[in-house]
Design a protein around this ligand. Structure first.
Ligand SMILES: Cc1ncc(COP(=O)(O)O)c(C=O)c1O
Length: 458
C-alpha cells in the first residue's frame, strides 16, 4: 500500500479506483500523481508543481486548458438544453450545426457525420458501418478488416481487435474473431531492409497488402484501417509513396479505406487532416480527441455519400439503422466541439502549427545525435524519439529495462509530462497553441532527461 495519510486523496485513490492502462499492483505501492488544476499548456499537481503538458493530455488537448470560449460554450448549452438525443428523428441545433461544420472541413469525398463519445466508439462504429454497408450491397462475405502491426485504434471489442500492440491484446483475448487481419508496420527506420529506399519499402508493403487480399479472396476483404501517422504505436510517419501505393491496391480490390484520424485530425500533422498531409482519399474517417480539444468527450465517424446511400437503402429495408449511443452528439459536447472548430478557423490554428512546427521538428531531429536516440521522427507538432541500445545496429533495449518510462520519469522530475510508447519511443505531442519558447523548454528538458538516463544506465 502507498504510504499516505488515511482519508487523503491518495489513500482513497488506491482503495477505490481502478486505473486504466496501469499496473494495478505497482499502483497500490506507488500511489497516484494527482493533478489539481491547469493553466495555458501547464498542469499543476497538489503541491503546486507545474508541468508542461508535453502530450496534450492523451494527444487531445489542442487549445490548452484556459480557453474561455469553450468554457462559455459549455455553460451556455448547459443552461439551454443539457441533454437531448438524436435517436428516431429527434435532433437539436448543436448536433446539426456540428455535422454541417465538420463535413464542410472534411476532405473529399466525405459528406455525412455520425457522432460517438470517443475514438474507440468511433472505430467500433466504423467497423459495424463497413459490415452494414456490405450487407446492404448484398456482399455478406466481404467482411474482413485489415489493420497494421503496432496500430492503435482503441480498446473495445472491435477497435481492440484492430489494435495491434502487445499490452492491448494481452489478457483480453483480442482479436475477438478471425475477421481481423494485419499487415506490416510502415516504419522505414525499424522495418526497412538494408539498402532499401523509402519508396522501395513502400512498394514492398503495398505488395504485401495485395498478396494478403488475393490470398484471402478480395470478395472477403471489406476495409483497410490506418492512422495517417501512427501515434500510440511509436509515432511513425509513413514512408514516401506508401499511401499512394496502398490506395491503388485497395481500389483494385474494391476495399474501403478508413482513415483513423483520432490523433492526426484537426491540425496535428500541419494540415487539418492527416489524410491531407499524406494524400489519402478516405471513404470513412474516425475522429475524436482534438474535435473538442478534449474539453468534453465526443467522437465522430465521417462517411462518403456512396456509403451513406447504401446505409439509407438498407435501413429502409430493415426498418432502422440500428446503431446509436445515448450520448452520441450530446448537445453540450457538440456545442463545445462546434466552438472548437470555430476557434481553429478564426485563430488560424493551421497557420500557427505551420509557423512553429519547423522549430519543433528542428529541435526534435537535433536529438537524433544523442547517444540514446536511434531515430527522431515526426510531422507537424508530433514527434517521437526511438531510444536504442546501439545506434549502429538499431538494437532495442529489453522492455524489462523500461528505458522509455525512465526517460519519461526524468522529464517529469524536470517539469515535463509525456509518455513512452511501446518499443521505447519517447513521444511529444503538445497542445497546438505552443510557442517557440515552450518548444525550447520541452526539448531542453528532454535533452537533460536523456542525459540523465544515459548516466543512470552507463
Ligand atoms: C488512432 C487512435 N484511434 C483510436 C483511439 C481510441 O480513442 P479513445 O481512447 O478516445 O477511445 C486512439 C487513442 O489514442 C487513437 O490514437
Amino acid at each position: 500500500m502507498a504510504v499516505s495519510k488515511p482519508n487523503s486523496l491518495e489513500a482513497k485513490d488506491t482503495t477505490f479506483l481502478v486505473h486504466p492502462y496501469t499496473n494495478l499492483a505497482v499502483h497500490e505501492d506507488k500511489g497516484p500523481m494527482i493533478i489539481d488544476h491547469a493553466k495555458g499548456i501547464r498542469l499543476y499537481d497538489q503541491d503546486g508543481n507545474g508541468y508542461i503538458d508535453g502530450l496534450g493530455g492523451l494527444w487531445c488537448v489542442s487549445l490548452g486548458f484556459s480557453e474561455k470560449r469553450l468554457r462559455d460554450a459549455a455553460q451556455k448549452q448547459l443552461e439551454t438544453l443539457p441533454f437531448s438525443h438524436s435517436f428516431a428523428h429527434r435532433s437539436h441545433k448543436p448536433v446539426i450545426e456540428l455535422a454541417e461544420k465538420l463535413v464542410s472541413m472534411a476532405p473529399e469525398p466525405i459528406s455525412r457525420a455520425f457522432f460517438t463519445n470517443s475514438g474507440s466508439e468511433s472505430v467500433d462504429t466504423a467497423i459495424k458501418t463497413v459490415w452494414y454497408y456490405n450487407n446492404a450491397l448484398d456482399r455478406p462475405e466481404k467482411k474482413k478488416i485489415i489493420g497494421r502491426e503496432r496500430a492503435y485504434h482503441g480498446v473495445l471489442c472491435a477497435s481492440g481487435s484492430l489494435t495491434a500492440l502487445p499490452y492491448a491484446s494481452a489478457g483480453f483475448d483480442m482479436p475477438v474473431n478471425d475477421r481481423f487481419l494485419k499487415v506490416s508496420t510502415p516504419c522505414h527506420y525499424r522495418y526497412g531492409q538494408e539498402g532499401e529506399s523509402e519508396e522501395e519499402f513502400a512498394t514492398r508493403l503495398a505488395q504485401e497488402l495485395d498478396d494478403l487480399i488475393i490470398a484471402e479472396g478480395p470478395e472477403t476483404v471489406a476495409a483497410f484501417f490506418a492512422e495517417p501517422l501512427m501515434g500510440a504505436g511509436g509515432v511513425m510517419p509513413p514512408p514516401a509513396t506508401y499511401f499512394d501505393k496502398v490506395q491503388a491496391v485497395l481500389k483494385k480490390h474494391d476495399v474501403l479505406f478508413v482513415a483513423d484520424e483520432v490523433i492526426c485530425g484537426f491540425g496535428r500533422t500541419g494540415k487539418m487532416w492527416g489524410s491531407e498531409t499524406y494524400g489519402i482519399k478516405p471513404d470513412l474517417i474516425t475522429c475524436a480527441k482534438q474535435l473538442s480539444s478534449a474539453y468534453l468527450p465526443i467522437g465522430a465517424v465521417l462517411m462518403s455519400e456512396q456509403i451513406y446511400e447504401a446505409l439509407r437503402e438498407h435501413s429502409a429495408k430493415l426498418g432502422v439503422f440500428g446503431i446509436g449511443l445515448t450520448y452520441g452528439g450530446h448537445p453540450v459536447s457538440a456545442a463545445v466541439a462546434l466552438e472548437t472548430l470555430r476557434i481553429y478557423e478564426e485563430d488560424n490554428i493551421i497557420d500557427h502549427v505551420q509557423a512553429v512546427s519547423p522549430h519543433f521538428q528542428k529541435r526534435l531531429r537535433a536529438l537524433g545525435d544523442h547517444p540514446l536516440v536511434g531515430d527522431a521522427r515526426g510531422a507537424g507538432l508530433i514527434g517521437g524519439l526511438e531510444l536504442v541500445r546501439n545506434k549502429d545496429t538499431k538494437e532495442n533495449f529489453d522492455p524489462s529495462e523500461k528505458i522509455g518510462p525512465m526517460a519519461v520519469e526524468e522529464a517529469q522530475h524536470r517539469g515535463l509530462l509525456n509518455r513512452a510508447t511501446p518499443f521505447d519511443t519517447y513521444a511529444l505531442c503538445p497542445p497546438l497553441i505552443v510557442n517557440e519558447a515552450d518548444i525550447d523548454d520541452m526539448f531542453d528538458i528532454t535533452e537533460a532527461a536523456l542525459d540523465a538516463v544515459k548516466a543512470r544506465i552507463g
